[in-house]
Design a protein around this ligand. Structure first.
Ligand code: FO1
Length: 306
């Protein structure tokens, strides 16, 4: 059984590649829920939906989130009422979020609701929220403490990161399906998501990091940085906030207490000895996933390593 840890866009690309090569019944994806937001009366789980829509073949590739062929009539009407429109909810996306919110209101845990939604979309791969407990990421900035989505979407990551708070994380428990997956995994893959605000919360759920350390699985991580840059998103400012140099060695060190192998981009091959000095095996390859073929090739290389 292969367990992949995924956050937003970067993770979903590799998940897509893995799903193309692995029987669905042995693949499970644990996703970050710190990005979740209660907005306009709806509970929205962006990282769950990015993975679910991607695996369902319904994702908007160019937008990087939400559904392909989306329309925005509801948003137009929200605008006419003067409601908040900085967070765009497409008409089809509303169906997901209304059904999720109603199921949660009835008392069903997020992991059960997510399992039901992905099955109904025909997704055979399991999608596991990291926890069923409330965890919310806030970013301290010069313009105040922002919900992650206010920082990422409304403010477009412009404000300086003065602090990051994962509210509720210390009291959270791994979701039941995640506990099972951690016990059963033969391989664990950390996708190239943001190590601070996407992978970080998953590792921060009490019990997860210990389970990864004690796991007999082959544990592999793919670098989220190439030549000190993230392919997308606020990885660099967040690593700087964490006091880390924004490079692959810092990421490898972050994961080194539970990792076996680190996949380094060929553009950073010179960093190989520094990462090996952490006691990790290093596999150097082209980690940039632009085309479907890129995603498939990287996934195949990882599976060959396993
Ligand atoms: N990202 C944006 O850049 N702009 C949006 O208006 C936006 C709306 C949105 C609605 C639902 C949803 O599930 C995701 C949405 N996202 C939007 C993406 C979201 O902010 C990111 O996918 C993650 O939170 C980052 O990992």
């Amino acid at each position: 059984m292969i367990l992949a840890l995924s956050g937003g866009v970067g993770g979903a690309k590799l998940v897509q590649g893995l799903a193309a090569h692995v029987p669905a019944d042995i693949l499970a994806i644990v996703v970050n829920t710190g990005d979740d937001i209660d907005h306009l009366g709806l509970h929205i789980s962006p990282d769950v939906d990015t993975v679910m829509y991607t695996l369902a073949g319904l994702a908007s590739v160019d937008r990087g989130w939400g559904l392909d062929g989306e329309t925005w009539s509801a948003m137009d009407m929200f605008g006419r009422y003067g409601a908040e429109t900085w967070f765009n909810l497409g008409d089809k996306d509303l169906a997901t979020n209304i059904l999720r919110t109603e199921a949660l209101r009835q008392g069903h845990p997020l992991s059960v609701v997510t399992d039901e939604l992905r099955r109904r979309l025909g997704v055979a791969v399991r999608i596991l929220p990291m926890t069923d407990d409330p965890v919310t990421t806030y970013i301290d900035t010069p313009i105040g403490k922002l919900h992650f989505q206010e920082y990422f979407v409304r403010e477009r990551c412009a404000p300086e990161v003065l602090g990051i708070e994962f509210r509720g994380l210390a009291a959270a428990h791994p979701s039941p399906p995640l506990q099972t997956a951690l016990a059963e995994a033969d391989a664990i893959i950390v996708t190239p998501s943001n190590p601070i605000v996407s992978v970080g919360p998953i590792l921060g759920v009490p019990g997860v990091r210990d389970a990864l350390r004690q796991s007999r699985a082959h544990r592999i991580a793919v670098t989220p940085l190439i030549e000190g840059q993230a392919v997308k998103g606020p990885t660099v400012p967040m690593m700087r906030w964490a006091g880390l140099a924004p490079n692959a060695v810092s990421v490898a060190r972050l994961y080194s207490d539970f990792l076996d192998t680190f996949i380094l981009d060929e553009r950073d091959a010179a960093l190989r000895p520094d990462i090996e000095a952490l006691g990790l095996r290093v596999h150097v390859t082209d980690t940039l996933m632009t085309t479907a073929e890129d995603k498939a090739r990287l996934a195949r290389e990882i599976l060959d390593l396993l």
